[in-house]
Design a protein around this ligand. Structure first.
Ligand SMILES: [Mn+2]
Length: 286
């Protein structure tokens, strides 16, 4: 299980963990309750495979399948309130956490095992290492390697942010399974309408101290988090801008995306702004 408003890193790392757990020939499922343009392309591709038809389950299926015997692996978050289906945390005590985000106060306290490395670029990088060094018995399918590769790509913004030697080692390992980069890239393409929305958000940005770009996306939109994230990325491509913030309206929540390529730690700023009904995403090279 990944996080709410799932992205390709949480779903891609889940697919890798599915393959790893499947080695034990157990009944393995991936919990995903998110439908958004961030992951729909990837989920549709994966469901074309016979093996994956019934692997991905929604919230109600997950609640009915989970019991005290279940091993619950959480990837790409360690926050109680941010996991895709928080109800599952009360149904079993066998909990494993794999995450790369800076530790926050809202962490899951009773995990049996926590693999938490903030140096890593992505959960997909960590899961790739688990597969590579954990066993010799796994043959990844191409689509699984692509999911993990896509997860690393999205969290590093095409291998630009937070990449270390181990990021490229993981990517090289995945390439051996025949990753089709063009197919992966297509999962990230925006349609013309969202491209225009992003351009509008960038156009009306205010620049503070010649270095911080701030803008807003006013429409109520369940994909606002994705649009804001892309607009915040885009603002960073402008000369002298080293940090960007874009606020949007998800309908039931407000979202803020922060990005940085300089000394400003956007995560610390966003954590201070965060309230119960705020969803935020951030990426910082610092
Ligand atoms: Mn991630």
């Amino acid at each position: 299980m990944g996080h709410q408003n799932a992205d390709i890193d949480s779903v891609g790392s889940s697919i890798g963990l599915y393959r790893f757990a499947k080695m034990l020939k157990e009944d393995v499922h991936i919990v995903n309750n998110t439908k958004s343009m961030a992951i729909n392309g990837f989920i549709d591709t994966i469901k074309e495979q016979e093996e994956y038809k019934d692997v991905i389950i929604d919230k109600s299926q997950a609640i009915s399948k989970t019991n005290s015997e279940t091993l619950l692996i959480i990837t790409d978050t360690h926050k109680k309130t941010f996991v895709e289906v928080p109800e599952l945390l009360d149904k079993t005590e066998n909990i494993v956490i794999i995450d790369h985000h800076r530790k926050s106060a809202d962490f899951i306290e009773n995990a049996t095992l926590t693999f938490h490395e903030t140096y890593a670029s992505s959960a997909s990088e960590l899961v790739t290492e688990i597969i590579e060094y954990g066993t010799n018995d796994i043959e990844l399918k191409q689509i699984e390697a692509e999911g993990l590769y896509a997860g690393i790509m999205i969290d590093t913004k095409n291998f630009t942010f937070k990449t270390g030697v181990r990021t490229f080692e993981a990517a090289a390992y995945l390439r051996k399974y025949g990753v089709d980069i063009i197919r992966v890239k297509k999962w990230f393409q925006s349609d013309l309408d969202s491209y225009n929305l992003i351009a509008d958000i960038v156009k009306k940005a205010e620049i503070i101290n010649d270095s911080i770009g701030i803008s807003e996306y006013e429409e109520k939109d369940k994909n606002a988090n994705l649009i804001c994230a892309k607009a915040a990325d885009e603002l960073l491509t402008i000369n002298n801008i080293t940090a960007s913030f874009v606020i949007g309206n998800l309908g039931d929540k407000i979202c803020i995306s922060g990005r940085s390529i300089g000394d400003i730690n956007v995560q610390i700023i966003l954590e201070k702004l965060r309230r119960r009904r705020t969803y935020y995403s951030c990426r910082s090279s610092a």
